[in-house]
Unconditional design. Structure first.
Length: 238
């Protein structure tokens, strides 16, 4: 295996899974943005189980005035249902939306809950539009918002929201995990354990799915020098 593959995967992952603050607490918010609480924090249900841990941390640290979980059923939902029920057998997940699963999870493990659930969206695009509909329906105005999504989709989620809000709205990214991979005996492995983390091939495939958005134009995120080439080399090795 090319010795640069793991390094380039990590560069791509860091670019996609951005975190604008180092720690999810009021001190970091004040240091970076001059506020102790944002108006809204949102967890998107496409995340791994670590996303629930992140949301619970935000709730316990009072980082927002309102907490929302967004997610109906999409390409990651069956995996979430299986992982949660396997680890917590008394949480029944059959036919539940992602938002409902995460709500049950944080109630069961942390004794807390989100204020609102959005349970109809099926992809990153309507994750955002349905979120905005929910906010409007409940008369929740916001000038600052924390978005937490699976790291492979974090930048995409923020870019989606920027299409619909004014420039004076502060969007704070806090990806639900920061994974690093290593090349160990010619195989990719995770440097650290992350709660409910994807199998390594699934994780790489999720990252690969963002390649069409890496163009340096109005349809993409910007220039990612040579990353695409190295990722395609890895794909051929799978």
């Amino acid at each position: 295996m090319d010795s640069n593959v793991a390094e380039n995967i990590n560069i791509l992952a860091k670019f996609l899974g951005t975190r604008d603050i180092d720690v999810l607490n009021q001190e970091e918010l004040f240091k970076r943005y001059g506020i102790h609480q944002v108006d809204v924090m949102v967890l998107f249900g496409g995340s791994i189980l670590e996303g629930g841990d992140v949301l619970a941390s935000g709730i316990k640290n009072f980082v927002a005035k309102k907490y929302i979980i967004v997610g109906g059923a999409g390409h990651t939902t069956d995996t979430l249902r299986q992982v949660v029920h396997l680890e917590y057998s008394d949480i029944e997940t059959t036919d539940l939306s992602e938002a409902e699963i995460f709500q049950k999870y944080i109630k069961h493990v942390y004794g807390c809950k989100a204020d609102y659930l959005e349970t109809k969206s099926t992809n990153c695009g309507n994750n955002i539009t349905y979120l905005l509909d929910l906010l409007k329906e409940n008369n929740i105005s916001f000038n600052s918002i924390i978005l937490s999504q699976d790291a492979s989709m974090q930048r995409r989620m923020a870019a989606g929201l920027k299409k619909y809000v004014n420039n004076d709205v502060t969007i704070i990214n806090y990806a639900t995990y920061c994974a690093k991979v290593l090349n160990q005996n010619d195989e990719l492995v995770y440097k650290e354990n992350i709660h409910g983390m994807w199998p390594i091939k699934r994780y790489v495939n999720l990252l690969m799915g963002e390649i069409p958005r890496l163009s340096d134009d109005a349809n993409g995120y910007g220039r990612m020098e040579r990353i695409i080439l190295h990722m395609w080399i890895y794909l051929k090795m799978l």
